[in-house]
Ligand binder design. Structure first.
Ligand SMILES: NC(=O)c1ccc[n+]([C@@H]2O[C@H](COP(=O)([O-])OP(=O)(O)OC[C@H]3O[C@@H](n4cnc5c(N)ncnc54)[C@H](OP(=O)(O)O)[C@@H]3O)[C@@H](O)[C@H]2O)c1
Length: 228
């Protein structure tokens, strides 16, 4: 088995590169794209989002299509993938959809200093994982591989995408561009500042472009593990 899961980053952005507009769940995607995302989810062992996304968007992170859920069951899998989040403050609501929706295991990575607090709040609804002094995505990825996760879908937000990209842990990026502007520099962006492996001297490989109604999907191959 590999030392880390095959890792696919997925998000939708506005024309000016924002993930949202500072209110919950800005609809950047459309029905055709949501169905595509559902298909990608169904193909993965685990889905990860940051704690701010759990708090702000309250996502369920389930496979929606009954046919896809049934196909997973037939393969001996839970109908939806395992859910992963990471938090420093451990200030998450145990009643949020992340924790209550779906049968699959939920993992919460948090620094050693926050484990007791996280167990008290979330112990009944999730497995709390000690992430060490500071949770680093490489160590988290290796731990996921040890737990049998071979294919990980990272659905944001920006701080999480930034850490996977700057650490060189992303194999594939699905970037959907919606046809409108947010126009608010205080809104969350696809990534924060950082040193990215792809720059003017090392351009990422554009593997595919697909039009889905009024949005466009850009697929980038970010490592030599890229699965066409
Ligand atoms: N358009 C899309 O495709 C899409 C997808 C997802 C989210 N979004 C949007 O993105 C926004 C949220 O993105 P965001 O960048 O602000 O936040 P985020 O990445 O969802 O979550 C950030 C939080 O994750 C925790 N965290 C991140 N790295 C950590 C580490 N190494 N160790 C411990 N904890 C860590 C911290 O949680 P604590 O604060 O709990 O310590 C941090 O505040 C929302 O507006 C949401 O709607 C859009």
């Amino acid at each position: 088995m590999s030392d880390r899961p095959y890792t696919l980053l997925s998000c939708s952005v506005s024309l000016d590169g924002y993930l949202g507009d500072r209110k919950p769940r800005l609809a950047l995607s459309n029905e055709a794209d949501l169905d595509r995302v559902d298909d990608v989810r169904a193909s993965c062992d685990a889905i990860m989002v940051g704690a701010a996304t759990v708090r702000t968007d309250n996502p369920r992170l389930l496979v929606r299509s009954p046919a896809r859920r049934e196909r997973r069951r037939a393969r001996g899998l839970a109908p939806s993938p395992m859910k992963i989040t990471v938090t420093d403050r451990a200030d998450l609501d145990a009643r949020s959809n992340f924790f209550v929706a779906g049968e699959a295991e939920k993992l919460v990575y948090t620094p050693s200093s926050r484990v007791a607090d996280a167990c008290a709040r979330l112990g009944p609804v999730a497995t709390i994982v000690d992430g060490g002094g500071r949770v680093r995505m490489r160590r988290l990825s290796e731990d996921l591989a040890d737990r049998g996760v071979e294919r990980l879908m990272v659905e944001g937000g920006g701080t999480i995408h930034t850490q996977f990209l700057t650490a060189g842990l992303a194999d594939e990026l699905h970037l959907v561009v919606a046809p409108f502007f947010v126009g608010d520099s205080r809104a969350p962006r696809f990534v924060e500042d950082g040193r990215f492996p792809w720059n003017k001297d090392r351009r990422a490989t554009l593997a595919d472009v697909e039009r889905l109604g009024d949005v466009v999907l850009l697929r980038y191959a970010l490592s030599d593990r890229y699965e066409d």
